[in-house]
Design a protein around this ligand. Structure first.
Ligand SMILES: Cc1cc2nc3c(=O)[nH]c(=O)nc-3n(C[C@H](O)[C@H](O)[C@H](O)COP(=O)(O)O)c2cc1C
Length: 327
């Protein structure tokens, strides 16, 4: 099938894609009911199927009701930052069609919590699938002050999100990944998040989005701290800053799509192995994301132990009909 958007430069297509999606979706015969296949019941949430959209695809929830019609099982909106901010300067996205790889250096372009909240409040209160909200910090907020930004997000969306995702793993906000280092992460999750949760009765589960660029010791340390903080699960993984699989990409920024398939799959395997050694009070949720582009890889992630799987880059190359094909 011809994919006309792949002939348009990525700097333009990523801007028009959301509008195009919202224009073509009403032409679908689908009634907007999610596809029911291998559903998941986790805590008090029901996922009609195990496939979701990853963060970055719909930064502010302008496409949520369109994706329902394409059969998606859940959506992660964001990353949203407290104050509005522009993307990083220069080229921020490149698509490598032959290799099915995406490079991006976006740096959380966002309209800010207030605008996103107004947008998300337009959605029906009772949604057919769970809505995850991914929150971040503004680039001018120091790591020392970062928790304040995340705290504002937890409060701003406490009546909208079904699940929160804390993004500490984007390679495109300078120094953000330092928050995943043991001392900083302990302070963030165990000291600050726990005391915030003790004072505020937040009902939503909170997940941590993790970077794939970590060795075994780092994985063990994140798991240990997550356990101590009683985190509800993880999104594995964000884009990679490694270039082993695709040397011609620019040095800065993150790679996704096929450049990430093996890395993210192996990361999940290691994570599941290490997770076996820890006993959580309630079953944590494991979401695998990175280079999933067909039903075989989708099934592989589930068989390794992921509860849910997300996609982004493969939707760029294959279009929204991919959701039905995978399911
Ligand atoms: C253009 C682009 C923008 C992204 N923006 C975000 C973001 O704002 N927040 C986030 O947590 N992840 C973001 N991601 C990472 C994706 O959510 C996902 O973790 C990653 O792309 C791997 O999945 P994929 O190979 O299916 O694309 C972005 C990815 C791309 C390609």
């Amino acid at each position: 099938m011809i994919k006309p958007w792949l002939c348009i430069p990525s700097s333009i297509s990523h801007k028009i894609a959301p509008k195009a999606l919202n224009l073509i979706t009403p032409l679908l015969k689908s009634e907007g009911k999610p596809t029911h296949k291998n559903p998941l019941r986790w805590r008090d949430l029901t996922f009609p199927n195990r496939l979701g959209t990853a963060a970055g695809l719909d930064k502010e929830g302008t496409q949520v009701s369109s994706w329902w019609k394409w059969g998606i099982g859940f959506q992660e909106v964001g990353t949203i930052t407290p104050l509005p901010q522009k993307p990083n300067p220069g080229t921020i996205i490149k698509r490598y069609n032959n290799e099915q790889i995406v490079w991006n250096k976006m740096g959380f372009p966002s309209s800010g919590f207030e605008v996103a909240k107004t947008q998300l409040l337009k959605l029906p209160q009772k949604k057919p699938t769970p809505l995850f909200i991914n929150i971040g910090k503004n680039r001018d907020t120091t790591n020392k002050e970062a928790f304040e930004d995340y705290k504002k997000g937890l409060l701003a969306f406490s009546n909208i999100a079904d699940v929160f995702v804390l993004n500490l793993s984007s390679p495109n906000t300078k120094g953000l990944r330092d928050l995943l280092l043991p001392e900083a992460l302990h302070d963030f999750l165990v000291v600050k998040l726990r005391s915030f949760l003790n004072e505020n009765n937040l009902k939503q589960p909170i997940l941590l989005k993790v970077s794939p660029d970590m060795d075994l010791n780092q994985i063990k340390s994140i798991l240990k701290i997550s356990h101590e903080a009683n985190i509800d699960g993880w999104v594995l993984t964000n884009t990679t800053a490694q270039r082993d699989t695709f040397k011609q990409a620019p040095k800065e920024g993150g790679l996704s799509g096929k450049a990430l398939t093996k890395l993210s799959r192996d990361f999940l395997t290691t994570w599941m192995e290490e997770l076996k050694h820890l006993k959580f009070e309630k079953k944590p949720l494991v979401i695998s994301v990175g280079g999933v582009s067909d039903s075989q890889e989708f099934q592989t992630r589930l068989s390794i132990g992921a509860d849910l799987v997300q996609i982004y880059s493969s939707l760029i190359f294959k279009g929204p009909g991919l959701i039905h094909k995978i399911l």
